[in-house]
Design a protein around this ligand. Structure first.
Ligand code: SF4
Ligand code: SF4
Length: 75
């Protein structure tokens, strides 16, 4: 019973930001600037959300992306 209650309380967070690969030029500004180290790079050099739970929606990544390739999923 307690375990069921715990499960219901715990909710997975979907990716807090989205990166449009088509627009991304792999400049890595978002990776460098994210204060929470949310991103890693994939083998092709594109940023991927690796630690989405740490995102604070501070907006730094999407405000500084020169290609407008990042948007929030939560705002
Ligand atoms: S700042 Fe924008 S263009 Fe640069 S790597 Fe991040 S998503 Fe791609
Ligand atoms: S909104 Fe802030 S914390 Fe979240 S991924 Fe972008 S830069 Fe990192």
């Amino acid at each position: 019973m307690v375990e069921e209650a715990k499960k219901k309380k715990w909710k997975k967070r979907n990716d807090p930001v989205v990166i449009y690969r088509k627009w991304c030029k792999t400049c890595n500004i978002c990776i460098e600037m994210c204060p929470k180290n949310v991103f890693d790079t994939d083998p092709d050099g594109y940023p991927i959300v690796a630690r989405g739970m740490d995102c604070t929606q501070c907006s730094i990544c999407w405000l500084h992306c020169p290609e407008f390739a990042i948007t929030s999923n939560e705002k």
